[in-house]
Ligand binder design. Sequence first.
Ligand code: DGI
Length: 149
Amino acid sequence: MERTFIAVKPDGVQRSITNKIIAKFEEKGFKLSGVKLVNADLELLTEHYYEHKDKPFFPDIIKFMTSGPILAMCWEGKDVVKQGRKLLGATNPLNADLGTIRGDYGIDMGRNVCHGSDSVESAERELKIWFSEGEIVSYKKDDEAWLYE
Ligand code: DGI
């Protein structure tokens, strides 16, 4: 099954809405296979956001993402990367549809509540950055016969 990396950023943790993000993925039918709170450091975040390293807003991302713990998660399921991005909504909450996480809970681009991998390759890369092997758990859930044809 496909896996993706989903994170509730420090704003989402501080605003006590981690449960809302978890609920969206659970209710959709995806399986949680890894979860932990992380105080991310500069090294981890520079690796995670390497494609933005030279952008003017990079220092702001680092300041924000080191301002408090992040809820790091691995979710599994069919097409979970694409479906996960749909659950999150557009990067800028202004453009995110209502009903999505960013559309419902975000206002500013720099406080957009959550992160989700944008491709299967990114997901594999990001999961390796945030989790060590034993932290992602394989198990069977009994609802799978009701979710997949
Ligand atoms: O994958 P996404 O999080 O949807 O978007 P991304 O990888 O393009 O950007 C990563 C994060 O960086 C995004 O969630 C918010 C921030 N960001 C992206 N573009 C800008 C930005 N922040 C500011 N202030 N200005 C930007 O143009």
